[in-house]
Design a protein. Structure first.
Length: 74
């Protein structure tokens, strides 16, 4: 884990989360395939994981598979 800034777009991640949240596409987008599959199978953790991911992304603590922070602004 390098804890730098991810190359992945925070805006794209946010749009995936808001528009297709229960499918877990935002997690697949940042390379978190395992939790993306869990998201998909549980429909976003019945909405709870979706809400948690939304909060974590907004405050800037959401990370990609490499441990880099996915930021909404560069």
């Amino acid at each position: 884990m390098s804890n730098g800034t991810s190359e992945k777009s925070g805006i794209a991640c946010l749009l995936f989360l808001l528009l297709l949240g229960p499918l877990g596409l935002h997690r697949f987008y940042v390379g978190k395939v395992g939790t993306g599959i869990l998201f998909l199978l549980t429909v976003g953790g019945l909405g709870l994981w979706w809400l948690i991911d939304l909060i974590i992304l907004i405050v800037g603590s959401f990370t990609d598979a490499g441990g880099n922070f996915v930021k909404l602004s560069k």
